[in-house]
Write a protein that binds this ligand. Structure first.
Ligand code: 1CP
Length: 344
C-alpha cells in the first residue's frame, strides 16, 4: 500500500502528487452545511461520531490524499480554564489573559482526559478511512494560541497580544512554555490515538519580525517538534504570512514547512534544508477563477516544486473559502493528480 502523502512529506518518490485542503472557515461543502443544520459547531467538534462524519466528507466527495480531523485550535482553552464561545464573528474567549496572575492561574492541559472527544474522534475516523488515506491531527502553535488567549477574539494585527509580550516578557514566556507543554502532550495523544501526521498551525506568527519570532517562538516550536517527532509520522509546520521568516523557520526540525501564497516557492526551497518538504501554496481565492486559470496557477506551483527537487504536498496557502464552487475543487484535484511529479 502506498501512502503518497506520507512519502511526499519525507521527499521520497510518489505515485501521484498528494493534495489535501484545509476547511477552516470553509463551509464550501453542501454535505458539511447539511450537518451544521442539525448540530452546533461545538457539537460537531465534541461528538466523536459527528466529527468523524464531517472528517470523512472531503474524502468521500473529492479524491484527496489525506484527511484532517475535524476540530478547532480553540478546544484546548476550556480545559485550561478559559471558556470559548463560537459565534458568527468567530470564536470568543470570555475571560482573556491580561496579567501575570492570569497566566499563573491556567490549568495544566491533560489531553487524554479533557480532550478525550478529540482522541475518540481520531480512533473512530481512523477505522472509517481507507488504509491508503492518512489522517492528520493538529493543534494551534503556542504563539497563535497565546494571541487568541490574550486578545480574546480575532484581530487584524493582534496588537493587544503583542503589547502583552513586550510589556510583560516574563509572563509571556511563562504563557508560551505552558502552551508549548500542553500542545506537545496534545499532539502526542493524537498520534497515540491513530493520527498518521500532525500539523502545527501558527496562523499569526507572521505578525512578528524575524528577530521576535526567533526570540519568542522558535525555541518552543523546536521543543514541541522534538517531543512529538517519531518515525514515519511527519510533523508539518504552517505559518501564515511567513515569507519574511523562512530563515528562522528553517531552524525548526519539522518534516514539512507549509507556506502561504505570498511566499515564493523557489526562495523558500533555496533557504530550507533539502530534506524538508514544502506544502502549499495556491491562493485560496484563485479557486474562484475560471478552471483554466486554476489549472495554470496549479501547474506553476508544481513546476516550481519540481525544479526544487524537494518533496511537495499540494495545498492551498490557507483554508478554502466558504463560497468556493465544489466543481473548481474537483478541477484542482484533477490537475494536480494528472501531472506526474518529476522523478525525485
Ligand atoms: O460555522 C462553522 O462551521 C465554523 C467555521 C469553522 C470551521 C469549519 C471554525 C471556526 N473552525 C472550523 C474547523 C477547523 N479549524 C479545522 C477543521 C479541519 C478541517 O475540516 O479542515 C481546522 C484545522 C481549524 C484550525 C483553526 N481554527 C485555525 C488554524 C488555521 C487557520 O485558519 O489559520 C484557526 C486560526 C482557527 C480559529 C477559528 N475557528 C473558527 C474560525 C472562523 C476561526 C478563525 C478566526 C480568525 O479568523 O481569527
Amino acid at each position: 500500500m502506498t501512502r503518497d502523502f506520507i512519502e511526499a512529506c519525507y521527499g521520497r518518490p510518489v505515485r501521484r502528487r498528494p493534495i489535501w485542503i484545509m476547511r477552516q472557515a470553509g463551509r464550501y461543502q453542501a454535505t458539511y452545511r447539511a450537518v451544521r443544520e442539525k448540530y452546533s459547531f461545538e457539537q460537531v467538534c465534541t461528538i466523536p461520531e459527528v466529527a468523524c462524519e464531517v472528517t470523512l466528507q472531503p474524502i468521500t466527495d473529492f479524491d484527496l490524499d489525506a484527511a484532517i480531523i475535524f476540530s478547532d485550535i480553540m478546544v484546548v482553552f476550556p480545559p485550561m480554564g478559559m471558556p470559548v464561545h463560537f459565534g458568527d464573528g468567530g470564536p470568543k474567549i470570555a475571560r482573556p489573559i491580561r496579567s501575570a496572575a492570569d497566566v499563573a492561574g491556567l490549568a495544566r492541559l491533560d489531553p487524554s482526559f479533557s480532550l478525550r472527544f478529540v482522541t475518540d474522534a481520531i480512533r473512530l475516523t481512523r477505522r472509517g478511512l481507507p488504509e491508503s488515506v492518512p489522517l492528520i491531527g493538529f493543534s494551534g502553535a503556542p504563539f497563535t494560541l497565546a494571541c487568541y488567549a490574550i486578545e480574546g477574539a480575532t484581530s487584524r494585527e493582534f496588537a493587544v497580544a503583542r503589547e502583552f509580550f513586550y510589556r510583560e516578557p516574563q509572563a509571556a514566556q511563562k504563557l508560551m512554555s505552558h502552551l508549548a507543554d500542553g500542545v506537545a502532550d496534545y499532539l502526542n495523544a493524537q498520534i497515540d490515538a491513530g493520527a498518521d501526521a500532525v500539523q502545527l498551525f501558527d496562523s499569526w506568527g507572521g505578525v512578528l519580525s524575524p528577530e521576535d519570532y526567533r526570540h519568542w517562538i522558535l525555541p518552543h516550536m523546536q521543543s514541541i517538534v522534538r517531543k512529538v517527532r517519531r518515525p514515519n509520522t511527519p510533523v508539518i509546520v504552517y505559518v501564515n504570512g511567513s515569507s519574511h521568516l523562512i530563515e528562522v523557520l528553517r531552524d525548526i526540525p519539522c518534516d514539512v514547512l507549509s507556506v502561504d501564497w505570498r511566499t515564493q516557492l523557489p526562495m523558500a526551497a533555496a533557504k530550507c534544508p533539502t530534506q524538508t518538504a514544502l506544502q502549499g501554496n495556491l491562493d485560496p481565492i484563485a479557486l474562484m477563477a475560471p478552471v483554466d486559470e486554476i489549472e495554470k496557477r496549479a501547474r506553476t506551483v508544481m513546476s516550481q516544486m519540481d525544479a526544487s527537487g524537494m518533496g511537495h504536498v499540494f495545498n492551498l496557502g490557507h483554508g478554502i473559502m466558504p463560497n468556493t464552487p465544489e466543481a473548481n475543487v474537483h478541477a484542482l484535484v484533477n490537475v494536480v493528480h494528472s501531472r506526474p511529479p518529476k522523478a525525485n
